[in-house]
Design a protein around this ligand. Structure first.
Ligand SMILES: [Zn+2]
Length: 344
């Protein structure tokens, strides 16, 4: 039950960790990547049940042609100085969440602004797709291929007959996403071309992304997470590792977020900038994991990151440098940026 709290703690205490020159203890790292998740190279192997019964074709997708335009919520989209974009889709598991299109646009803009800042790449939200993950999964033969019906196979099924994005924000609640905030996902779509080439395999057919807990709380206080999918506000002060491990801290209701955070709320923290910024950072974080090769050691401030960055001076690049890098080593943003290559 305490993983989410610990993750929030580590995120909240990042600056402290950086100053100490230490790295977060594993596996209690922020926005963790599960070690077992990686690109599935079996190329699919799904059976072909009645796809017509499912809203899997392009007709089910809300096409977003206007790109990232500001709305009344007011997050303005930053633009890439080199005109570089990554085409993203928001895939919503309708059994998990029900965000509005407007909210998803705000989320995408918050993620866009972070990625533009660190990699000079814009997130172009090209679609919003709403699907019952369980319903799609139920159509697949559980005996097909190795290991039954993996998430890879379900995602491949969802995108089997439709245009696929380069980046996928999959809003999905399972124990893993709700504990950690999110985890990296990737799957292959044969015949597709991603302009961001996988640095490890050189493949162009991989769709990168993250399974994301849309309702993940940042620096939350007073919650019982026995059921990580449904945290309940039960305590009058912090406990269970909340508030940087300081039990007994008072909380404040963050009215913008509609949940309780450790007091005093640090409004200068980029993760508190708006109610989308923390979840957006999770999305960028999980995307970036696809371009690292060291799993959790690709996080900001690890010894491996120091090695990749040729020292520790990157940790001194201004206030909230951890949050501005979404908890990832700056080198991984560079690897993502450099992986770009036009499709033939
Ligand atoms: Zn991570």
């Amino acid at each position: 039950m305490k993983r989410a709290a610990i993750a929030a703690v580590i995120l909240g205490s990042a600056i402290l960790s950086i100053r100490c020159g230490t790295q977060p203890a594993e596996p209690d790292v922020p926005l963790s990547t599960p070690p077992t998740t990686n690109v599935d190279n079996d190329g699919g192997g799904t059976t072909t049940p009645d796809a017509a019964a499912l809203p899997l074709d392009d007709a089910s997708v809300t096409r977003v042609d206007a790109g990232l335009q500001p709305t009344d919520a007011g997050i303005a989209a930053r633009t890439s100085s080199i005109g570089r974009t990554v085409k993203a889709e928001a895939l919503i598991d309708t059994d998990s969440f029900n965000p509005s299109d407007a909210e998803l646009h705000e989320f995408a803009r918050a993620a866009n602004n972070l990625l533009v800042d660190r990699a000079d790449v814009e997130i172009q939200l090209v679609g919003i797709r709403r699907v019952s993950y369980a319903a799609v999964k139920a159509t697949l033969n559980p005996d097909a291929g190795r290991g039954g019906v993996s998430m890879t196979k379900v995602l491949q099924k969802i995108y089997e007959t439709s245009t696929s994005p380069e980046l996928l924000f999959f809003m999905y609640a399972d124990d893993k996403s709700t504990s950690f905030g999110g985890y990296m996902i990737a799957f292959e779509k044969p015949g597709s071309c991603n302009r961001f080439k996988h640095p490890g395999t050189g493949k162009r057919t991989i769709i990168y992304g993250g399974a994301i807990d849309w309702k993940h709380m940042y620096n939350a206080c007073g919650y019982d997470r026995t059921d990580p999918r449904n945290p309940v506000h039960v305590r009058s002060v912090s406990g269970g590792g909340e508030c940087q491990g300081r039990n007994g801290v008072a909380f404040e209701l963050n009215s913008d977020f509609s949940y309780y955070q450790c007091s005093p709320i640090d409004h200068a923290n980029p993760y508190n900038a708006n109610r989308f910024s923390f979840v957006a950072a999770t999305g960028v974080h999980e995307l970036l994991h696809n371009f690292g090769s060291n799993g959790n050691l690709d996080h900001f401030g690890t010894a491996k990151c120091d090695e990749m960055m040729g020292g520790q001076s990157y940790k001194d690049a201004g206030a909230y440098v951890f949050q501005r890098n979404a908890g990832m080593c700056p080198n991984i943003f560079e690897r993502f940026k450099q992986s770009y290559e036009e499709c033939p």
